[in-house]
Ligand binder design. Sequence first.
Ligand code: GCV
Length: 663
Amino acid sequence: MPLPVPVLPEGVDPAWLPPAAFRAIGGRRTLIRGSAPLVETVHGEVVQACRRFGGRVVRGAPDGGAYDLALALGAEGPEPLGEEGFTCAREGGTTTVTASGGRGLLYGLFHVVRLGDDAFRGERAREVHRPALALRMLDHWDNVAVHPVMGQVERGYAGGSLFWRDGSARGELDRVRAYGRLLAACGINAVSVNNVNVHAAEARLLTDRIGEVADIAAALRPYGIRTHLSVSFAAPVTLGGLPTADPLDGAVRDWWAGATRRVYEAIPDFGGYVVKADSEGQPGPFAYGRSHAEGANLLAAALEPFGGTVHWRAFVYDHRQDWRDRTTDRARAAYDHFVPLDGEFAEQAVLQVKHGPMDFQVREPVSPLIGAMPRTRLAVELQATQEYTGQQRHVCWLGPMWSGVLRFRHEHDQSVGELARGGLVAVSNAGGDPFWTGHPLAQANLYTFGRLAWQPDAEPRAVLDEWIKLSFPAAPPQLADGLHAVLDGSWRTYEKYTAPLGVGFMVQPGHHYGPSVDGYEYSPWGTYHFADRDGIGVDRSVATGTGYAGQYPKPWAELYESPDTCPDELLLFFHHVPYGHVLKSGKTVIQHIYDTHFEGVEEVEEARSVWASLAGLVDPARHARVAERYEEQLRGAREWRDQVNSYFFRKSGVPDGRGRRIC
Ligand code: GCV
């Protein structure tokens, strides 16, 4: 039986799957062969498209006619396709997609949707498509109950949670299924449904509330998405009533084994656990004098009989640092904690590493940990939710930043995309907002994440092009050009008007929106810029600083070690330099700060007017929402410019070389 396509609630945006995206398929004759649960999903998709556009679908044995499209589960070809791969070819007027698993066939269908009419033109040589990374996951930082400070979704800028509301399951399972459909269409195959900061209500999802998670899993399953859960390391104590959560304690091991068995009884294809331990106040193995490998292996052992995985986060650092202590460097922490444990993690344990050493700033170097644990499965974590990049009030398309991270090569000529054997993860930017992501243009980040997780060396601009074509199927060239104009360079624009040259933070403490140059300067969180009257930046060299630069292999360690060779965009992350230091661009640091902040605001003004010119080419509600957010972005960018420029003018006493007014 074909599975009906989920119906979106009135007013909810179809994002990159508007009905018109299926026009090319829907008007043709399609044959679907094979039997597996996800084939019913594929069948349902094609049936709906044909109903809308007048085509025909035949299931099972061919009826003797000719077909424009054949979607078939079949025997493997010369190369293994696995559960998720597919082939696509066109010969004799038929486009054929074959796969050996239902997920592969679903991804093949969405491939044809992306190709549109091109899928049905001329001949196409057989192509094999397989995801580079087996796990492509979104982590939701959704709270079950509304947290007094963080709200329903920690760092959420897209309305409430898709899953939870005021302590209960939200229960809108068709919407969850529609979410799964969008995710499958860009290649995402796993979702963790609750915050890594596990509060009391979330903790119980593991035990007596597992049925609520099972309902979500059932809604996501038809689109090939596996469900994961964030759990608390202290669960044996807080939920199990044991006196300890010591990972080497037999009763603790038994408790996790039993709890995990019950999870799999409820959700047979459950993906596994996500754990934030000994991090920002979350409990962990340090309390028992145990290592993080011992902690992770405890959960890995519980999951192992069922094929599940524990994603153990490497975000471990001292958040109660004394700002006077210049020897402690937060950037060093993950490497210092975890590199000595390389080779000690069980096979079912994946170490999940943030892409940079600090915390999702607009510019950071790639974490040195990613290249330093060859005997450990690593997953790389990105942040689609725009905590530090404009909170979905500012346009900031992160494709170029993520692509730069994934293409970065540590050593042995392996890129980050290749080293991420445990998968690519993003903190989700989606929620209950009718546009899913608060800012309608932030949908592009979610889509780009999925496509880069499938193919980490994909050209981000080509991915953006796909998103534009799918989301706006009838887009005249003027709209596509306009969308590129406002999105392509938006990350660099954001960087220009915020913290300069890789130094990071300078945000309002707590909520992290808007400028506060000294907001974190005397704080325990370890996030400093050390600006004084002579200069700015953090000396992380081996010779005179914290030694962080030495955590990289050559050539990076040498390149970052000296201000003469360090790339401009990371200069202040690695070095404390005088305001008069001349960058490779030929400008002094202080003039660079002034210039980029003026330019950043001008670029937002320009983008705002490009967007205004697109009125009439996009639907009025979307146009109005984006236009309104541009007003806020421009206000915010001016505030950033004026606070940052004034601060450095007052510190340095150096006037702007171009004589512009600095407040
Ligand atoms: C979920 C940053 C964020 C926190 C987040 C943390 C993490 O510190 O500000 O909200 O907590 O990262 O990644 O665990």
